[in-house]
Write a protein that binds this ligand. Sequence first.
Ligand code: FAD
Length: 324
Amino acid sequence: MSRKVLVIGEVREGELRNVTFEAITAAKTVSEGGEIVGLLLGSDNLEDMGKEMIYYGADRVVTVQDDQLKNYTSDAFGQAAMAVIEDEDPEGIVMGHTAIGKDLSPKLASKLETGLISDAINLEESGDNLVFTRPIYSGKAFEKKIITDGVIFATIRPNNIKPLERDESRSGDVTSKDVDIKDLRTVIQDIIRKTSDGVDLSEANVIVAGGRGVKSSEGFKPLEELAEVLGGAVGASRGAADAEYCDYSLQIGQTGKVVTPDLYIACGISGAIQHLAGMSNSKVIVAINKDPEANIFNVADYGIVGDLFEVVPKLTEEIKKIKV
Ligand code: FAD
């Protein structure tokens, strides 16, 4: 049974987030050959980004461009998205399980009086059903879920579903829709950034994370250098954040960010269960720790028992040589 599926794209600082393209791949499975309609909400340059969605597999894209959509608020984005959903009447909706997706999707699902499968890492057809897989109990188990009635609405975890090949020969309409966004109860006045520019942690393919073993904020320097040569991002344990070696925005784990990079290098992190909850689904895990009994080695694919201040600079040097 083919379905029309709406993919709600995500724009950050004038660029489409990669999870948008991953959501299009997921939507292809949900649509079973039906139409894939992209939706972009923002304040400028949406037409070009709409074309990008088409190159990655959308059939057409609807944009809502409005100054009130410059920064995310549930109110404004909820109104704009609902207006398009009412027009399009999709049978499926897919978006990223990002900070925005986590906020917007339950709001839309409740308005549509439908179910929501959040944080899916995979989906497949099984007989007449579309089966979504999602981690539960902080990643210690997985559940398989189906939606039995109503709109098939899912958010997908970044970095799990591969985007399709970009194909510039694909074409499709990018149309804009005017929405009367009104009666906003919250308005963003200003955004004060705590983290520097760089690769976004939740979408990074490589993460070099530091724990209390880095011993100081200076101790993060070698990790930053390694992350840079690998084109990755720096993350941290709560131990490191609590000790004020880094900002809490870098924290990975049960009460921090959940990440699934291709490569996770844990440096001076003991591997507490709460930390593993945020990174144990990484594709390859390398642990560097001077304690051979550290729990992190139980989830690591490769373990290096040693002092991170010796091992990390050596790794950086060797990788630089390969890259030259
Ligand atoms: P430690 O456990 O102190 O480990 C430091 C490690 O560094 C040790 O294994 C040591 O051998 C190694 N080391 C020291 N020096 C070196 C060196 N020179 N070279 C190599 N290795 C060295 N934690 C999280 O990370 N994320 C969360 O989201 C999170 N949420 C939590 C929620 C709750 C409700 C609670 C109760 C706890 C939570 N925690 C979380 C905290 C968690 O339980 C641990 O306390 C924390 O992860 C420990 O951080 P750590 O591994 O950096 O520090």
